[in-house]
Design a protein around this ligand. Structure first.
Ligand code: NHX
Ligand code: ZN
Length: 679
């Protein structure tokens, strides 16, 4: 359901990456694109400019003889400057410049600056030396016509480099860092200083066809209705505003992972035929202060320019988490700023601006309450795990591209996959096809699907794991214990199969088909616990000693027992109290909302529940010890046994076995099918 269009998505992504189609570019094609090269050029130009201005316009180098005989003694020198104790700059009197000897020297080098000078330059050994020589040379001249040098200090090229170097290093450092961060997947054309504050949203324009519409979304009927309305708001806003209503600003898609929130948003984009901005909550997060907020601002600026349009923020919990509850303050300031900006932006535009925000999260409870209030995300659309009929629809979608066996029963597949999300089902279908291909089959068969389900629920089979005979026996009795106990209990989940083939992290497993129900009774909880404890109870009865193998079982049972006592109000001593916190606020507080005495009582009650169920499991196993041994023997022999084998040992399950429910269900399915055909 989710994965179906992934390949298409990827190709779209690639197109965006290697083209120059960044969001900024889409908006303003006229602006030249800034990049790092410009900085280098600017710096180089600046350095050259400084160099040329400071070191004069290229005076002609001369020696002492020429200086003394042709300039000094001819009284043609206007000014002498001794620079940095290194060289002398000589300025010739303006009226003397016309002389041919100067013209010959200067004209090829100097044009416009020839009047100003300096015209000649001469290197000197030292200041003292030069002034002594100068004095001697002028000794015969009258006082008024003597020239006295001026001592100046000038910044040379080296000096300017010395000043600029830290700056250059800083800039290079910055560039390198930005390259690093922008590198890798490169969210749409390399990142650099100039667009770090820009939003990273990808735009799907109305002409860019997203080949995905509501027909591709199976199940989710209610959510689809809600979302369709949003599309309608954008297409015909007048219909709603004429009656005085306000167009909602945003809708929040809430639901567990893999249920199709992103898919739904994509379908909206495909149906609405308006620009669609897509980004993830984590796109706002950067290591620099203020970047998140500026990206939010930029996103809304772009969106308003393109209105009417839809903005989709995936995984909004990355920024939308409740503010100010985390005790480790400071680290979250940046995220809070981003959230504040988002809040003000959502409030900031008028309702007729035609921008609708869709956001997806799987944890609505931890979102900031300010985000959920009316005027921001006024609607919450719940996208839940698919039920039997919806799973059937989803299977149909994902089976379309597969070559399946003609006899394959979609209804059966849907029944075998309780609690699966749309993404899981997509995975099952894909895995089944791969398994069938591995076996060189012409089409994908029922068994391939079952294997795929097992693989996804239990992990990879590890047939080659070395297990000693003793261990194998322990495992077999453990699993047989589960099977026997659950067989004898009315409200325990019906067993599908038992296996001692190692899979994933577990060495053996009893597979149940949990009933899909909305509420669970106390008896059901207790009996499921008994069945879970049946494994260890069998080890105890048969071998008289325990093993570490029950870790997972005990973990489940303990959690369940505490939940019963502290959350569901199912114990006598605690009574009708629940310490469950659906607001998600208690996550950061270290204080329990009850006294130490109550804590003790909770522990006591939980323990007594588990103890009681363990005794119950022992009783059942003691009563059916022969069956248990038979079952374990069969397991050791066959490694996998099914419900039929259990029936042979224990006889049919005596309980009314959900027959009534079964027919009800079939009628339900039929009713829905009739409805569908009627449409
Ligand atoms: C292990 N796993 O990790 C093995 C592979 C054995 C009773 N040592 O209840 O697979 O034994 O009904 C450290 C120490 C997990 C880590 C002990 C991690 C024990 C599953 C439990 C089957 N089926 N248990 C079951 C199972 C195991 C475990 C551990 C650990 C059987 C049992 C795990
Ligand atoms: Zn077990």
């Amino acid at each position: 359901m989710e994965e179906n269009n992934d390949s298409k998505q990827k190709s779209e992504g690639n197109k965006e990456n290697n083209g120059s189609k960044t969001p900024g570019n889409l908006l303003g094609n006229k602006k030249p694109k800034f990049n790092a090269l410009w900085i280098y050029i600017l710096i180089a130009a600046a350095i050259l400019l400084i160099y040329f201005f400071d070191s004069g316009q290229g005076p002609v180098p001369i020696d002492w003889k020429f200086f003394r005989n042709e300039l000094l003694l001819q009284k043609e020198v206007k000014e002498i400057k001794v620079v940095n104790e290194q060289y002398v700059e000589i300025y010739v009197k303006e009226e003397m410049l016309e002389q041919p000897k100067h013209q010959k020297n200067l004209s090829k080098k100097l044009n416009s600056f020839s009047k100003v000078g300096p015209h000649y330059t001469m290197t000197i050994a030292s200041n003292d030396n030069f002034s002594k020589n100068l004095e001697e040379a002028q000794a015969d001249l009258p006082e008024a016509e003597r020239v006295y040098p001026e001592y100046v200090r000038k910044r040379t090229f080296g000096d300017s480099m010395y000043l600029l170097l830290p700056l250059i290093i800083l800039v290079v450092f910055y560039l390198v860092i930005f390259r690093r961060m922008g590198g890798g997947s490169g969210g749409g054309g390399g990142t650099n200083i100039f667009n770090v504050g820009k939003s990273k949203a990808r735009i799907f324009d109305k002409d860019e066809n997203i080949r995905l519409d509501f027909k591709d979304v199976a199940g989710l009927e209610e959510a689809k209705m809600e979302v369709k309305e949003i599309v309608d708001f954008l297409k015909k806003p007048k219909k709603y505003t004429d009656l005085g209503g306000k167009i909602p600003k945003g809708a929040l898609l809430v639901g567990p992972p893999g249920t199709g929130k992103t898919l739904l948003a994509k379908a909206v984009a495909g149906e609405a035929h308006v620009p669609f901005f897509s980004l993830s909550g984590s796109d706002f997060v950067e290591m620099f202060v203020g970047v998140g907020a500026s990206r939010v601002r930029d996103l809304f600026k772009q969106a308003k320019e393109k209105a009417p349009c839809i903005v989709f923020i995936d995984e909004i919990d990355a920024i939308g988490r409740a503010r100010g509850r985390n005790p480790n303050m400071g680290a979250n300031d940046e995220r809070e700023n981003t959230l504040n900006q988002l809040l003000t932006e959502m409030d900031g535009f008028a309702s007729n601006a035609g921008v609708i925000i869709l956001a997806a999260t799987n944890r609505a409870d931890i979102l900031d309450k300010a985000l959920l209030r009316a005027g921001r995300f006024d609607r919450q659309i719940y996208v839940e795990l698919p039920d039997l009929n919806e799973r059937k629809e989803i299977f149909k979608v994902h089976l379309r591209p597969l070559k399946i066996d003609k006899e394959l029963d979609v209804d059966f597949l849907a029944r075998q996959t309780p609690g699966f999300s749309g993404a899981d089902i997509a995975n099952v279908c894909n895995e089944a096809a791969l398994i069938a291909a591995r076996k060189n089959k012409k089409s994908v068969q029922k068994q391939d699907f079952l294997d795929a389900v097992d693989r996804i629920v239990g992990g990879l089979e590890k047939k080659n794991k070395i297990i000693s005979l003793d261990e194998k026996k322990t495992i077999a009795y453990h699993e047989a214990g589960h099977a026997t106990v659950s067989w004898m209990l009315e409200h325990a989940s019906p067993l599908v199969k038992v296996t001692i083939i190692p899979r994933g992290k577990s060495l053996g497993a009893a597979w149940y088909l949990p009933e899909e129900r909305q509420i669970t009774t106390r008896d059901q909880l207790l009996q499921e616990m008994t069945a879970t404890l049946g494994g260890r109870a069998a080890e105890q009865i048969i071998f008289g000693k325990l093993s570490t193998g029950a870790l997972n079982d005990l973990e489940r049972v303990t959690k369940q027992a505490y939940a019963m006592v502290a959350y569901f109000g199912l114990s006598e001593k605690i009574g009708n109290m629940s310490f469950y916190d659906s607001s998600g606020q208690s996550e950061y507080s270290f204080q329990r909302p009850y006294s130490d005495k109550t804590a003790e009582l909770i522990d006591e009650e939980a323990k007594s529940i588990v103890d009681l169920q363990y005794v119950e499991a022992m009783n059942i196993l003691n009563q059916h010890k022969e069956g248990l041994v038979q079952l374990a023997d069969q397991l050791l022999e066959k490694e996998v046994i099914f419900t039929e084998d259990l029936e042979k040992i224990f006889g049919k399950r005596i309980f009314k076995a959900d027959v009534s429910r079964e027919t009800e269900r079939k009628e339900d399915v039929k009713a829905v099918e009739d409805e569908n055909t009627a449409e």
